[in-house]
Each structure stands twice: as C-alpha cells, then as structure tokens.
Design a protein around this ligand. Structure first.
Ligand code: IPE
Ligand code: IPE
Ligand code: MG
Length: 251
C-alpha cells in the first residue's frame, strides 16, 4: 500500500503531455551487481531481465512511443564465449516466454543491428517475435543487438552509395534528413532521452547520429536494480531540462 502511495506521489510530478517520445537505455552494470552479491556475472544478466520487463511495462503504461534498449554491442563479442552464449540463451528464453505478454500489452517488438551475424537459432526467435507483434500499436520496443552506432552509420553509407550507384538518388540530393532515412532508427521518433545505468559517463558506441540533441540521464544504480521509481525520476528530470537546440531559452 505504502509503495503504491509513493508511486502516486512521484507520478503526479510527471506532466503526461510533455513526455519524451523516444527513450533509449544503456542497460549497464549487470556484472558488477552480481559481483556485489557474490554471484557469477551471468546471474546479473538473469536479474537484469526483470528490469527489462519493468521498464517495458512502465514505458508502455506512460504512453511513451518508442523504447530502444542496448542489449548487445558489436564490441560485446570480446567477452568470454560462455557469457555470450548465456546472453543469447537468456534473450531467446525471454522472447519465447514474453511474446504473449507483449501482445497483451499491445507492444510491438523490433530489432536493430547486424542481425544476420547472430546464430541462426537466435535469428529465428527474433523473426518469430517480430512477426507475432507486428500488428500491435502501443509501445515500439526496439532492441539493439550486435549493434553499434558507428557500424550503423557505415551500413547506412554503404546502402546510400548503392542507391547512388543505381541512380535511385543523386549525390546533390544528400542532406541530413535524407541520410537519416538510411539508419536503423529511420522510422522512429527522435531520441529525446538517453538513460545509462551503473554510472559510466560514456556512450559505448550506442546511438551516435541520433543523440545529437538528446538529453542524457546517468544513474549509479546497477541495471538489475533499476525500477519504476528510477524511470519516473529520469522523466521528471527530463521535464526540468531546457532544451535549446542551439537557440536561446524561451522567456
Ligand atoms: C550490461 O551489463 C549487459 C551487457 C553489456 C550485455 P554488463 O555485463 O556490462 O555489466 P558490468 O558493466 O560488467 O557490470
Ligand atoms: C554497453 O555496455 C553495451 C550494452 C549495454 C549492451 P558495456 O558494458 O559493453 O560498455 P563498456 O565496455 O563499459 O563501455
Ligand atoms: Mg558494462
């Protein structure tokens, strides 16, 4: 009961008409959380899945349009094979268990990154989940897998060059808006808010082009402990920011 009241209090501080349209999260600190509990790193990833579910539910309840989660970077292949395998297994298990729930919540799941380089078994699960939720009109849940901001820009450039080569587009037609359409986030709203857990003050090759004017919110909390209240706090802080986009503050 007490928790509910506290939630209501913090919720009343959020202006529903000024929510970020697109929130992106660098879910970091699973390993350190596990270490702090005397557990193996993989237990941290397992615990992190609960935070994933919480954050999806919260974003959907709030009416946020898109949520992009950084689940596996192109650099994460440098981790021990056992850890990578555990991450892939957890992902597949999550998808098998949660698709029904995502459908109930009207959440549409998508994936971005070099998906074709993932194990085939994983690719099949991603495909199933994408198709099963494709008609949903609620939150767009965009999961970044084998993703990096630089790789996505390079892939976009390569695709654009191919289109120039076949005459689909002329060199003098290229501008920011045109190039943006070649990125994986092309049909999503601008990323208004980027959250990173575990206190690291870096981007770790996540969205690069997209965060030009994104508001950043970094918390020392490890990902497995990130809960609804932390998310609400990020939204409250976001709403206090004066977004100037290079201009002057409105008086
Ligand atoms: C984030 O937690 C999960 C992934 C990168 C897949 P980490 O595994 O990076 O945890 P720390 O940063 O080592 O604590
Ligand atoms: C970023 O976390 C990648 C994901 C959350 C998937 P990392 O743990 O890989 O980032 P670094 O190594 O601390 O920069
Ligand atoms: Mg980390």
């Amino acid at each position: 009961m007490k928790i509910k009241n506290e939630n209501e209090e913090i919720l009343s501080l959020i202006d529903r008409s000024r929510l970020p349209e697109h929130v992106a999260i660098i879910m970091d600190g699973n390993g350190r959380w596990a270490q702090s509990m005397g557990l193996p790193r993989i237990a941290g990833h397992q615990a992190g899945m609960k935070s994933v579910k919480r954050v999806i539910q919260t974003a959907n309840d709030m009416g946020i349009k898109a949520l992009t989660l950084y689940a596996f970077s192109t650099e994460n292949w440098s981790r021990p094979p056992k850890e990578i395998e555990a991450l892939m297994t957890l992902l597949c298990r999550y998808l098998r268990m949660e698709v029904e729930n995502l459908n109930k919540q009207n959440v549409q799941i998508r994936f971005m990154g070099r998906i074709y380089q993932l194990p085939e078994l994983v690719q099949r699960e991603l495909d199933k989940a994408t198709k099963a939720t494709s008609k949903n009109s609620g939150l767009i849940l965009n999961i970044a897998l084998n993703y990096s901001g630089r790789a996505d820009i390079v892939d976009g450039v390569s695709h654009l060059a191919a289109d120039i080569h076949v005459g689909k587009i002329q060199v003098d037609e290229i501008n920011e808006a045109v190039f943006q359409r070649y990125l994986s986030t092309a049909d999503l709203p601008e990323v208004d808010l980027l959250i990173r857990t575990s206190g690291e003050m870096r981007i770790s090759n996540f969205l690069l082009w997209e965060i030009a004017y994104t508001e950043l919110w970094i918390t020392p909390i490890y990902w497995p402990e990130f809960n609804r209240e932390h998310f609400y706090q990020a939204l409250i802080d976001y709403q206090k920011r004066k977004r100037r986009f290079g201009g002057t503050a409105a008086l």
